[in-house]
Design a protein. Structure first.
Length: 177
């Protein structure tokens, strides 16, 4: 199989990784998988992927570290970051580190393939006039601090001046769609 159809999935949820793998394999991709930052080097030793799908929040570190490593290995690699914890701060950092797109979960294989295919930004995207709510500003600040601390809940709570359980409750209560 040529390098154009090789894909690396970095995902720590085995069920989701298995579903993504099967879906991409049905579409003709050769798929490698690792579950975090620690497994990337071993996965890259076995294959040279043209594409990568990286989960933002991993049990063993941040997906942003994975994006940095993958982009350093191959600047031409198309990397899509998937997350259930979307924020402007992490989206900006992912793109700056080398991701081509940032998608909120749930995203399916078709969404990911479409993101791989979009080589450039779309200047025709409408700019909305909707003001940002206080809840959204708080949510973005929490996720910005989470990214700064490597997704360490205790350190994030300390920096934000709130109790750890309060932060955990806020994170469990609201999911960005």
């Amino acid at each position: 199989m040529n390098d154009d159809r090789r894909l690396l999935i970095v995902e720590d949820d085995p069920a989701f990784a298995r579903a993504l793998r099967r879906s991409f394999e049905r579409r003709g991709f050769a798929v490698a998988h690792c579950d975090g930052v620690d497994g990337i080097e071993a996965a890259l030793a076995d294959c040279r992927p043209r594409y990568a799908v990286v989960d933002l929040k991993l049990a063993s570190g941040s997906g942003l570290d994975c994006v940095r490593i993958l982009h350093a290995r191959s600047a031409a690699m198309r990397i899509v970051v998937l997350t259930g914890f979307a924020s402007i701060a992490t989206a900006v950092e992912a793109i700056k580190l080398g991701a081509c797109h940032y998608l909120p979960k749930p995203s399916n294989t078709s969404d990911i393939l479409a993101a791989f295919a979009r080589a450039n930004g779309d200047p025709g995207v409408p700019v909305t006039q909707r003001p940002t709510s206080i809840k959204n500003l708080e949510w973005e600040r929490i996720h910005e601090t989470l990214a700064e601390t490597g997704f360490n809940i205790s350190e994030t709570a300390r920096r934000l001046g709130m109790h750890r359980r309060t932060l955990a409750r806020k994170l469990g209560k609201q999911r960005v769609k």
